[in-house]
Design a protein around this ligand. Sequence first.
Ligand code: 0O2
Ligand code: 0O2
Length: 224
Amino acid sequence: MSQWSQFLEPYKQAVDELKIKLKGIRSQYHLEDIHTPVEFVTGRVKPLASIYDKTLEKNIAFIPSKELATALPDIAGLRIMCQFVDDISAVVEILRKRNDIEIIEERDYISNRKASGYRSYHMIIKYPVQTIHGEVAILAEIQIRTLAMNFWASIEHSLNYKYESALPEEINNRLERAAEAAFRLDEEMSLIRDEIQDAQKYFSDYKQRATKKRDKPNQKGEKI
Ligand code: 0O2
Ligand code: 0O2
């Protein structure tokens, strides 16, 4: 196994485990039939090319090392998407109470949005991974954001990649306006949150009733 594969293995394991655990929050809310603050969860191990770019940016050696692991706390990255801005603080509270992760740092780019227009809540956590050689504590980054924040961030990320961070002025201006629109979308959705949740509950109950009806055997004992 190459040195890099060996170095990245616990990060891969952490992402897989944390994805399952964070998705578990969603299913527990569903079971209790209450609004879940977690819409969906994604995760990735930072690709080697991005690790390389970061080492150049931070002026550190591109070799698997403790120094690199500390300087790049997002080699393991999880993203939790929420429907409403208020859901983000609910998720943060849930994560603060967990005893399987240790929170090292929190960054609130929602109250203090970045100059780019970027909004998201970041947590750097320490997470223990069990390996055949014993426990390894690794750092991971959890980004928590609404669907609107996520939409904007993924578009902006792709555009910056395409233009190598030198965006033409017109695109920059449009991105600023889009960031403002995403902010207003979140505000509007928060204002009609109760209405939306009622509608979602109604729809979910309807689906459950339809499934039960479909699974109920008919008089001949056949499922419809
Ligand atoms: P389910 O049953 O849809 O919840 P993975 O390895 O597939 O678990 P990965 O590769 O880290 O996840 O990320 P990916 O494939 O981008 O998306 C992860 C999960 O988020 C997938 O669900 C997607 O269906 C879900 N997802 C992605 N975009 C959206 C979206 O815009 N809205 C909603 N509601 N879900 C989205 P799973 O894990 O396959 O299972
Ligand atoms: P990727 O491709 O998502 O992995 P650094 O120490 O340089 O990594 P910093 O500024 O100390 O970064 O940490 P920060 O800003 O808390 O978190 C960095 C991550 O947040 C980025 O990772 C992005 O995922 C996201 N992010 C931060 N600012 C922006 C932004 O303006 N636009 C977008 N689209 N995403 C942002 P990476 O490694 O840069 O990228």
